[in-house]
Design a protein around this ligand. Structure first.
Ligand code: UDP
Length: 236
């Protein structure tokens, strides 16, 4: 497998073509952004951690019946994935109130819901990723009803698995964002990443934040929090 030209650079990752038209190579960076790119910085070692944590999760999720784009980890920062076209929806699952939910509805963070919630944002930086409902997503041609049903089913399956898996490691899964892609034959698969950049993780006993909120809110100990997540999941 040959790494060819860069085809895309996002906020946290670069994507390269390979000599296989169905596969691309993802390279994780240490760059961090928040508030739609307004806040910028670096988190030393983040790329390595997010690469490994994402792949660890994706491998387990495949076994749980969630198809993913994951193919093979190539190095500390590089992973081979199936080439997909990303469905331009951020899929957010919440178990506990936090972040934009707490702000929008004027409630404190930390309310545990009786059932998980799901919402979608339209992936569009110019518009600031606005909240969108399924009807509007279908009207805009972002996804079909069938695709939205499949995405919901997989997103809740990811939540059911991760919640149980993480609590055993002393981690409360507060909320997280998923992205899905479509392969060339139209199959919906889980794509992008699952990491402290895209999930809220709170320590089960102390509720200490072990995720990107430490960077967003200038809480300090950002690198240590990412390291701690990697240590609990993978033991190093
Ligand atoms: N999230 C993300 N990327 C985004 C927006 C949110 O990965 O562009 C994740 C975020 O880390 C959190 C969850 O989605 O785990 C819910 O985020 P929320 O809507 O509360 O937004 P925020 O408070 O991060 O603006």
């Amino acid at each position: 497998m040959k790494k060819l030209q860069q085809i895309y650079e996002g906020k946290a990752k670069k994507v390269y073509a390979t000599d296989d038209a169905d596969l691309v190579l993802v390279e994780y960076k240490d760059d961090a952004t928040a508030f739609n790119g307004l806040k910028k910085g670096t988190i030393a070692g983040k790329g390595v951690i997010n690469n490994k944590v994402t792949n660890h999760m994706m491998r387990m999720l495949e076994k749980e019946g969630v198809p993913t784009h994951y193919v093979e980890e190539l190095s500390d920062r590089e992973t081979l994935v199936r080439k997909v076209s990303i469905v331009p929806l951020e899929v957010i699952i919440r178990n506990i109130s936090a972040g934009s939910f707490a702000k929008r509805y004027g409630v404190v963070e930390g309310i545990t819901f009786a059932e998980p919630t799901i919402e979608f944002s339209y992936k569009n930086d110019d518009l600031g990723d606005p909240l969108i409902n399924a009807y509007h997503a279908v009207a805009l041609g972002l996804a079909t009803w069938d695709e939205i049903e499949t995405i919901k089913k997989y997103a809740f399956r990811v939540n059911d698995f991760m919640k149980k898996y993480l609590i055993e490691l002393g981690i409360r899964l507060v909320d997280f964002k998923l992205e899905f892609g479509k392969t060339s034959d139209g199959t919906i698969v889980l794509a992008d990443e699952i990491s402290p950049d895209t999930c809220r993780f709170w320590d089960k006993d102390t509720n200490e934040k072990l995720d990107k909120d430490r960077f967003r809110r200038d809480l300090g100990g950002v690198e240590d929090a990412y390291q701690e997540i990697m240590r609990r999941l993978m033991g190093n």
